[in-house]
Design a protein around this ligand. Structure first.
Ligand code: ZN
Length: 158
């Protein structure tokens, strides 16, 4: 039995409606998946930002602590230099801070250009040429810590 035109039309309309439903279903699923992907991207971005903030904070703390330590070291050195009499020896507790010897703790150091400066090995005070008291300090009696001498090699003759 052949289909009537009406039946055929009705079947075509039904098929078109089914396709429309299928298309809508696919679009809905696609949108849901895109949303899920965007959520995941957002979470990843949030984590990245959080890590960056934590890193920034840690770096800031390290810098702050370094600055505090540097200031403390500077203050400690200034205290030592204020009480140091730049002399060798010394006895008991006083000897920890001040020497009682005739020899100075200033050692003469030379740089690559042969220019000298005097450095106290007890308090790290440096006196450079041209500064107050340099000539006097340079002439003070000292012992020990001589400049390194070059090693002389000799070949044995046989
Ligand atoms: Zn000193």
């Amino acid at each position: 039995m052949a289909k009537t035109q009406e039946q055929e039309l009705s079947e075509l309309q039904l098929q078109a409606a089914r396709d429309a439903v299928e298309k809508a279903r696919i679009e809905k699923e696609l949108a849901a998946n895109q949303l899920e992907l965007q959520r995941a991207q957002l979470e990843a971005l949030k984590r990245e930002n959080k890590d960056a903030r934590a890193k920034e904070e840690a770096t800031g703390n390290i810098r702050k602590h370094a600055a505090v330590r540097m200031k403390q070291t500077k203050e400690e050195t200034a205290r030592k230099q204020a009480i140091c009499n730049h002399r060798m020896g010394g006895k008991n507790l006083d000897g920890l801070y001040n020497g009682g010897d005739v020899f100075t703790t200033y050692q003469v150091e030379y740089n690559n250009f042969g220019l000298a400066q005097c450095r106290c090995i007890r308090c790290d005070k440096i006196v450079k040429p041209g500064e107050k008291d340099f000539d006097e300090i340079f002439r003070l009696p000292r012992k020990g810590l001589e400049a390194p001498k070059p090693v002389q090699f000799r070949f044995a003759r046989g």
